[in-house]
Ligand binder design. Sequence first.
Ligand code: F6R
Length: 611
Amino acid sequence: MCGIVGYTGPREAYPIIIKGLKRLEYRGYDSTGVALQNGGLKVYKKKGKVAELEDSIVGKDLHSNVGIGHTRWATHGEPSDRNAHPHQSSSGRLAMIHNGIIENYNQLKKELINKGYTFSSDTDTEVLLNFIEEIKKNNNCSLEEAVRVALKRVTGAYVILLLDSEDPETIIAARKGSPLVIGVGKGEHFLGSDASPMLEYTKEVVYVNDYELAIVKPDELILKNLGNEKITPYVQKLDIELAAIEKGGYEHFMLKEIFEQPQTIYDCLRGRLDATEGTITMSGIQQYAEQIMNANRIVMVACGTSWHAGLIAEYIFEELCRINVEVEYASEFRYRNPVINKGDVIIAISQSGETADTLVAIENAKAKGAIILGVVNVVGSSIARMSHAGAYTHAGPEIGVASTKAFTAQLAVLTMIALKIGYIKGTIPHKRYMHLLKELQEVPEKVAWTLKHSDNIRALAEKYKDARDFLYLGRGYNFPVALEGALKLKEISYIHAEGYPAAEMKHGPIALVDENLPVVFVATKDSYHEKVISNMQEIKARKGKVISVITEGDDASTALSEDVMIVPEADEILAPMLSAIPLQLLAYYIGVVKGCDVDKPRNLAKSVTVE
Ligand code: F6R
């Protein structure tokens, strides 16, 4: 989320920064900005992509040898010119860009407001910048010292780059939890969220670690920890091509995004879930907790993969909150003249926040008095703005057209909402609530484990790539996972696939089964497991090829399966976040071995803004 670039040296900084930002646009493109040292600070910023900023400042004097640039994926504050980075401090002396989230920014903001500060944006970045300026003023210290003191007060994640108009050759940088690379040239330094902005100038880079602070001048790089002790920079030689680094070394964005899931789910839970205290902090949901709790029904409205997340949420909400839930295809719901009563709660689920059918469906429902909650990935998107409240999924920009990390982040958010409401309502016993919170916190680790144990899936793709059809089966929480597995395979590899509730197979689809049909069972250990084993027997008896997603150590399923993909043990409510992973990988590898363009499958678009 957010791309950052910096340069200090003898070259013209602006073209280096603009080119670097274009390479980092995969990280977000809500707004763009640059700050240049040019006889004082010159800041240019604009809502929209890098090219839009470029067009808007044609003809300006952009000469400078030192500058910083930012491409934003909005978190605090909608995408707009005024929320775009760089931000300037109250005095105008400092300019800063930031990637990350300052979790305690509200507290810091209150302190600054009490001291008379005013703010011109909604961002946590402007708060941190003024906090740094205030410390510098109060302590009469160097900027470096002020940054160090300020960062000791900060909770959250950040990479920051700072310019000081009174020290025009220096860039101060610091990181915790977000990436920062410094390129070392001859009499010049480059900074970036990854190495792509500097690749044609230098292959020598320093990866800055958490809690380190860098003072970067053209011919000097000083690295320190927050205790003001010097650290010797460890210079590494890059051996990578430009194209590869744009996808973080992965062959495709889809694969990168699948592998990002331990981090994206973690990001989604971070600052919200506290398993020790037993709390879930979601201010938007809190605001409407009473209405949700007392709703006659909740309607989940979504399309495609997001609709599958809604189906899983139906099981979770009914179990934990004892509220009647319906799940609707937005495209049907919007035209069906559905009965909507005042106080019905609609949860709109959308990665892009721009899906036209979902948007119009909630618009109609809102007009009839429903409460609209958005579970959306793209901050400031239309669905997010149309909703009364909601919770962002914080999965970062999803570039691969097939949704992967957004799906698991949607499940994480929907689970947190259900837990929060169920607990307030008293429909989840305390012990179970605390147990689920603890297990939910462990999900990122378990997803990482699943990815580590997925080496065999490429070979499975080779083995099954020529199948004409696939059947995906699951029960309970894993039934929608079967639907999602089938959808992933269809869109990526163009192989026909059907998802079914495993028991429903007897009512028709079983006629398809013969020795040529791969049947993928989503068969993790849960309360339906024994019944799923019986369904496997039925397929095996008809010579179907059983491939199963199983819980590690499940010998009974292994014995019935031709091939297995394993996930670690988890509560059945949380299992879909794990069982979806091998199915994403299976679809991905089958697409790859069949030579399909997995990042841009034919006929599809990332954001469906037409009905
Ligand atoms: C499938 C996929 C689509 C989307 C659907 C809804 O991999 O990506 O099915 O899930 O178009 O999109 P959003 O979530 O942006 O509303």
